[in-house]
Design a protein around this ligand. Sequence first.
Ligand code: ATP
Ligand code: MG
Length: 218
Amino acid sequence: MSEQPELNASGTGDERRDSKHKKAMKKQKANIDATVAAADIERGVAVLLTGNGKGKSSSAFGMVMRALGYGYKVGVVQFIKGEILSGEEIYLREHYLQEQNPNMVFYQMGTGFTWDTQDRSADIAAAQKTWEVSKALLADESVYLVVLDELTYMLAYDYLDEAEVLEALSNRPEHQSLVVTGRGGGAKLQAIMDTVSEVKDIKHAFNDGIKARKGVDY
Ligand code: ATP
Ligand code: MG
């Protein structure tokens, strides 16, 4: 005769696992609730997305979508314009052109710095012009979220004055949030940001010879 699973006070293996899970979840919920209750400051946050892995600009555009979803005004400035048009640019131009939708400002450093330019003074002029657009957004109370995509390179190459940039980032309106992307960025930039995430390059398809993918990489 085969043995029946014993049904005693502690229950079957499954029941024990269920009750252990329930207890653990209850404890976790209590911890999360306490943490949520402790975070009661209402202000915009500054987020730096850095590191050598893929996922910085695309994450920033995820936040753009979130903010637009709530009807907030968003300003996006791209300090490096890729050779290829990106999907996010196509989408934003189609759906959020400034004339159609006052909630979106989109500016790209059109000329100047790309990885192939070697004209430093033209690059600096383009970076300065792009910075002026950024500064205006960073001073505009009506803009809920500002994205400064690939700004870190402008600091690394000394195309922009670090002290001036850090001051404008720090002095933005209280309820405005900010996302800066790009590798590096330096300790001073990290120090003034509220959230700093480093995307680690564990591996990238490109290094296995796989072509950059429309709608995924650009
Ligand atoms: P994404 O825009 O996809 O979020 P990113 O902003 O983190 O990428 P960038 O350094 O700005 O990364 O480079 C943008 C492009 O380079 C993307 O097409 C991305 O797939 C590619 N890329 C990013 N990281 C790597 C890497 N470690 N090796 C090779 N290609 C990369
Ligand atoms: Mg990027």
